[in-house]
Design a protein around this ligand. Sequence first.
Ligand SMILES: [Zn+2]
Ligand SMILES: [Zn+2]
Length: 295
Amino acid sequence: MACFTAECGSSRSTFSGGMVSRASSATAHELGASLGILCSMKIRIVSSSVDSASSEKHFAASYVVNGQVAFDAGTIGFMSSIDDQRRIQHLFLSHGHMDHVASLPIFLDNVYQQGSDPVTIYAPQDTLDCLQSDIFNERLWPDLVRLSQEVSPFMHLSPIAAGETVMACGLRVTSLPLDHVVTTFGYIINDGTGSIAIVSDTQPLDSIWTTLNQVADLKALLLECAFPNRMASLAAKSKHLIPTSFAEGCRQLKRAIPIIAVHIKPVYRDEILNELADLGIPQLVIGVPSTEFEF
Ligand SMILES: [Zn+2]
Ligand SMILES: [Zn+2]
C-alpha cells in the first residue's frame, strides 16, 4: 500500500543536488501519490514547542514519514491536528527516554477508536518492558496493555530485534543498534526508491558507519548532536554525540548525502551550531522542527 499524506501546513524543504530549497507548489511526490504511485519519501521533524510552531528549539523527538509512520513519540501526541495523529498507523520507538516517549499516552488517547485497527508500536523489547512497568502501570497512566486485552485494543506492541526489517505502510524499516545508556535503535527506512536513516541517541560507534556505508541507496541521515564540545565528559557518561564526534562520524560516511543535525539540546543550541559550522562538515543541514524534507 502506498503511503500518502495530505499537506500538513508545515514548512517543507526539497533536496536537489544537495541544496535545500523551499517548495511551494505541487511536488512530484504529490502528483505521484494522486496517481497511486509512491515516488519519494517525506519526513517531517515534528514541532516540540506548544506556543510557537515555528520555534527552532527541539525539546523532544518525533519524526513522521509520509504522514503514516512515526519515529519516536516525544511530540506526536501534541500535534494540533487529531486527523494527522490518527493517520499514523505505525510507531517505531528508539528507546524509552522521556524526550522520545513523552507524548505517547496522550497520542494513544487521541487516536483511540473502538473497533478500529490500533497503531502498532515497534521497539526493542527492553523499551516495551519499560513502557509497561514505568508508564502503563495504573499509577503514571492507565495500564493500556491490560486494557488492550480486555476491550478494543489501544495498540499492538511488537518487539523488533537488532537488524530486523519490518514493513510499514509500504516502507521497509530496519533497526540499527546504537550505543546509548539503555538499549536503543536507530532506523533505516526504505521506500523502494531510496533510504533515509535516523540515528539518535548514541555515542560514537563504528558499526553505525559500517552498516550505513552498506546502504547503497542512502539519501539522507538524521544524526543527533546533543551537547557542545565543552561538555564532552557529560556526553560520554550519558552516551551522546558532540560536534567533534558528530563530524568524525560524518567523515566515516562514504556517501555525499545531506546530514541533518537533530536532537540539539535547546539550551546549548547556539553553541552547538557555532561548533558544527566551524568544523566545515560538507552537506550539513540543521534540522529545524516543523520542517518537512522530501527525498
Ligand atoms: Zn536517550
Ligand atoms: Zn534523547
